[in-house]
Design a protein around this ligand. Structure first.
Ligand SMILES: Nc1ncnc2c1ncn2[C@@H]1O[C@H](COP(=O)(O)OP(=O)(O)OP(=O)(O)O)[C@@H](O)[C@H]1O
Ligand SMILES: [Mg+2]
Length: 241
């Protein structure tokens, strides 16, 4: 089983959007997929409830701390045949929960929104993440993606410099698009929508999938990037710039 943790302590950076789109991509491509929600808000579990029955199934696992000290272990169980587990983390995780999630993860994806406040908070979060032994020992691969990118050049340069110093790749840029919002409201991911309408959204997720699944994607077809500018240039810049 490959476990992907989508995390950023900063609220609203796109964790649930990325987690649900990854889970739907895997399910749509016939992986036995589970989506684990650590967030008491339960956004991923809500998304699963909206999922049309005709779509490929995704097992939902609730890992949020229960009120009144109820055991959550049985709710966290995923079917034994699961091949892809996507974990949606809450904002503002404490150290204990961070350790628990990182222990389970093979790869960590950090979405970051393009504001100075988000970037600053994300840099602080990455420092905390690298205090977790497993990450520090390089046993978990970490990548950052920019999310909700709109007009104007966002203030990425300081974050990029910081990521480069830690050798963390910036793998893709996701545009601010109503299609992600629409998909979220329907219990779908963009790979389950009409490709003609969501070509850009599907294309911009490919470098992330390629980074997650290097053995599946042909080398050279999509490459991972360390520069946001490179990422932006690969897409229709008129939509992103
Ligand atoms: N690329 C995008 N384009 C447009 N809207 C987006 C995009 N990414 C996220 N959103 C919207 O922004 C809001 C926050 O996104 P999301 O819930 O994925 O963030 P989060 O990090 O999971 O938040 P929280 O910290 O509260 O769990 C949602 O309404 C979502 O639909
Ligand atoms: Mg969320």
């Amino acid at each position: 089983m490959q476990t992907i943790l989508v995390i950023n302590s900063k609220g609203g950076s796109g964790k649930t959007t990325v987690a649900t789109n990854l889970a739907s991509y895997y399910a749509h491509n016939d992986y036995a997929t589970a989506l684990m929600d650590y967030d008491p808000q339960g956004s991923s579990i809500q998304w699963l409830k909206l999922r049309p029955p005709a779509q490929k199934p995704i097992h939902g696992a609730n890992a949020a701390r229960q009120k009144g000290g109820q055991l959550r272990s049985w709710q966290m169980k995923v079917p034994a045949n699961t091949t892809r587990l996507v974990i949606d983390a809450p904002a503002g995780v404490d150290n204990l929960m961070l350790q628990e999630m990182v222990r389970a993860a093979d790869r960590i994806v950090i979405p970051v929104a393009p504001s100075a406040i988000d970037i600053h908070a994300t840099a602080d979060f990455i420092k905390d993440l690298f205090l977790v032994g497993k990450v520090r020992a390089n046993r978990t691969q970490v990548a950052v993606i920019a999310n909700r990118v709109r007009n104007g050049v966002p203030v990425y340069a300081p974050l990029e410099k910081f990521l480069n110093s830690l050798k963390i790749p910036f793998v893709t840029v996701l545009t601010d698009s109503a299609h992600y919002v629409h998909a979220a409201g329907e219990g779908l991911g963009v790979f389950e929508m009409d490709s003609n309408e969501v070509m850009l959204e599907q294309a911009e997720l490919m470098p992330l999938l390629s980074w997650l699944e290097p053995s599946v994607f042909t080398p050279g077809r999509v490459s991972t990037n360390t520069s946001v500018i490179d990422c932006r240039n690969r897409f229709n810049t008129s939509l992103i710039a």
